[in-house]
Design a protein around this ligand. Structure first.
Ligand SMILES: Cc1cc2nc3c(=O)[nH]c(=O)nc-3n(C[C@H](O)[C@H](O)[C@H](O)COP(=O)(O)O)c2cc1C
Length: 184
């Protein structure tokens, strides 16, 4: 099973979350191969080749980074063909999180979710029973707040990376169950 972890990262937080997700995915089963790929290096063919696609972004100006949206838009032909339909998708984000509304993280994650659903993918959320949920989970997917209350940057926490690993494993387990069930 091919797991593709797509992300954009300027300062390394989202990349570390992507690495945690890939690690969690590979820990599920020997049949799983996870590939990390910055969105700027990804082509539509990379998405077609994957069974599971994670899409991650830092929160930029209240929503996803434009490079992530560019890749999604560049995959418009795949939407016409239905080439991503029934692939399993997961989403993740990191942000500074200022303000009671989280600085736009929910809009970021909902937008990522919407884009996966638009392609007909089976998008999987983050159940609160998973390890790390309290610090690194939103029901949409894995999230890390990487700033303190004054808005100063903070390194991504171990708890958020735990959430990334458990979410990576969870989405991959769902995909394996879906595929194994289809083979029966
Ligand atoms: C251009 C820019 C805009 C940002 N806008 C927001 C924002 O609207 N809300 C927020 O919570 N964080 C915002 N941040 C903070 C980043 O989301 C946060 O530092 C994130 O963890 C950076 O991820 P990275 O290390 O993978 O680049 C912004 C950062 C940059 C560079």
């Amino acid at each position: 099973m091919q797991v593709l972890v797509l992300y954009h990262s300027d300062y390394g937080n989202t990349e570390k979350m992507a690495q945690a997700i890939a690690k969690g995915a590979e820990a599920v089963d020997d049949r799983v191969r996870a590939r990390l790929l910055p969105v700027g290096n990804a082509t539509p063919d990379d998405l077609v080749a994957a069974d599971v696609i994670f899409l991650g972004s830092p929160v930029h100006m209240g929503t996803m980074a434009w490079k992530v949206k560019k890749l999604i838009d560049d995959c418009g032909k795949l939407w016409l063909e239905g080439a991503l339909a029934n692939k399993v998708a997961g989403i993740f984000a990191t942000g500074g999180g200022l303000g009671n509304a989280g600085g736009g993280v929910e809009l970021t994650m909902i937008s990522l979710f919407a884009n996966a659903l638009e392609h007909g993918m089976i998008a999987v959320g983050f159940p609160k029973s998973l390890p790390g949920y309290a610090d690194g989970g939103l029901h949409w997917g894995a999230y890390a707040r990487c700033a303190n209350a004054e808005g100063m940057p903070q390194p991504i926490s171990d708890q958020a990376l735990l959430a990334g690993r458990s979410y990576g494993a969870h989405v991959t387990e769902v995909a394996l169950r879906f595929r194994d069930g289809a083979d029966e």
